[in-house]
Design a protein around this ligand. Structure first.
Ligand code: SF4
Ligand code: FE
Length: 482
């Protein structure tokens, strides 16, 4: 079944999540003005799948049932699937101008399809069968999954079992005949309260002493004992000011939450790793590499920001100035370089033993490393082009008030043929993307999402064959092999 956006919204209403925001429990998550824009962004992943012009990118044939499914629930069956995934990220980023959240679940499903298969092959366990059953349920019901990896981690110099508080990494506290009891938390959970299911994975490679922390499972997002505490974003209360264009992006946004698991029961059928610590590192690397590819989304958001900067330049009457044109070229150069990375790691993907296609790990890490940098430079150039009014602009209410509106009409205008309101709207969008709620997704999430920069550098160091490069150099200048 392919849900529509409104069916998705209705499906969320049936969940009974425990969500806190500003110190109070929210009853209705879907209609809350601070969360609704993020729900709208996920809803678009459903609606686009019904549009014929996007069907090729947004849907795929399930390898389990052969039925048409949303690509966000698909297990990649070819490098073509991987390339389409990158294109889907750019498309949705450009249509929402924010984080649309659904990729983490897709990446968790694909990583688990590989790890559970490898586990069963080497350990004669039953995880892959369980996983495929869960996957079919997700595909058949077109569910959104949250991929929950990042633990709070406490003292970074200590292993999970050595922390002063043993709950700083999520762990199994009890094994029962019918399932396990888990305790801990997952931080920075993108789109958590817009998800039907939450897929938990370990966050680092683990040793024998950490075996209770080597756990992966899936639960309905409203399972008893799970609490969500919504994170704040810069300028988030703009969304509480009603329908004003001061929000910048009128339709979409993202959200993150701290998700607490207070002795939560997980039935064995939903457990995909439990104690096999030596498989934790591989699962983390697979998920991280897939999610680093997913940062194709930032290329789409970059498209929006470049479009906004060009528009601001035109409204200011400076679009033809050579330095402005050069800055727009630079922004495009950086953005398309990002696109090269997410396409390349997909095109160079390979088949794993499970049949799942995996991105090229080195190139995925190089791509994400670029993402930790280029959006900042693109944002800097956008702010340069936008001018200082970006941060001194009065509110929409001042534009609408009779006493002040006439002054703003007169003095906030750039080119005479462009209404002041249009100039204000485009500046608000640039503010949203580079300083406001969407800057969480475009900037800081670009830095830390899918692993902070150093994590990619470690993977790059591991992925390159430095000896081969040395041999190539030595051969050319006549140094004999040692
Ligand atoms: Fe998807 Fe990008 Fe949001 Fe991550 S940051 S969930 S890749 S849209
Ligand atoms: Fe992310």
């Amino acid at each position: 079944m392919l849900m529509t956006g409104s069916q998705y919204e209705e499906s969320l209403r049936k969940r009974d999540l425990v969500v806190y925001l500003f110190g109070e429990r929210i009853g209705n998550v879907v209609d809350h003005p601070l969360i609704r824009p993020s729900m709208n962004a996920v809803a678009l992943t459903y609606d686009l799948a019904h549009r014929p012009e996007h069907a090729e990118i947004m849907t795929a044939a399930s390898h389990l049932t052969g039925r048409r499914i949303n690509r966000f629930t698909h297990i990649h069956q070819s490098t073509d699937d991987l390339v389409k995934k990158s294109k889907m990220g750019r498309l949705l980023g450009s249509l929402t101008g924010c984080c649309f959240q659904r990729c983490v679940g897709m990446d968790a499903l694909n990583a688990l399809s590989i790890t559970t298969h490898d586990l069963d092959t080497r350990r004669k366990t039953d995880y892959h069968r369980r996983f495929l059953k869960f996957l079919e349920y997700v595909q058949e019901n077109d569910l959104t999954c949250d991929g929950a990896m990042t633990d709070p981690k406490g003292d970074r110099s200590l292993a999970p079992h050595a922390q002063a508080d043993p709950d700083l990494y999520l762990r199994v506290v009890e094994r029962r005949a019918d399932g396990i009891i888990v305790r801990g938390a997952k931080a920075h959970q993108t789109g958590a309260v817009n998800s039907h299911e939450i897929i938990v994975m370990p966050t680092i490679a683990m040793r024998e002493a950490d075996r209770d922390y080597a756990v992966a499972f899936a639960l309905p997002s409203d399972a008893p004992g799970i609490t969500y505490i919504i994170g704040r974003q810069s300028c988030d209360t703009r969304k509480l000011e009603g329908e004003t264009f001061d929000r910048g992006n009128l339709f979409f946004g993202g959200h993150e939450a701290l998700v607490v698991f207070d002795d939560v029961f997980v039935p064995w059928e939903r457990v995909f790793l439990c104690g096999e610590h030596e498989f934790a590192g591989g699962l983390v690397e697979q998920f991280a590499s897939y999610h680093r590819q997913s940062y194709a989304c930032k290329v789409g958001v970059g498209d929006v920001l470049i479009g906004a900067a060009q528009t601001a330049a035109e409204y200011n009457g400076v679009a033809k100035a050579s330095h402005i044109r050069d800055k727009i070229i630079e922004m495009n150069h950086l953005n398309e370089t990002l696109y090269c990375g997410c396409i390349a790691c997909a095109a160079e993907g390979h088949r794993e033993a499970s049949g799942t296609y995996m991105v090229d790990t080195l190139l995925a890490n190089v791509h994400k490393q670029n993402v930790t940098r280029f959006p900042y430079e693109i944002a800097r150039l956008a702010q340069d082009i936008a001018g200082g009014l970006l941060v001194t602009l009065p509110s929409e209410k001042d534009l609408k008030a009779p006493e002040t509106g006439r002054w703003l009409e007169k003095y906030c205008r750039g080119r005479a043929d462009v209404p002041a309101e249009h100039r204000m709207r485009i500046l608000r969008l640039i503010e949203n993307l580079t300083l406001g709620t969407a800057a969480v997704g475009y900037l800081t999430e670009s830095m830390h999402g899918a692993g902070s920069p150093q994590a990619q550098r470690v993977m790059i160091a591991r992925g390159v064959n430095i000896k081969e490069k040395q041999a190539a150099a030595k051969r050319l200048c006549g140094i004999p092999e040692e």
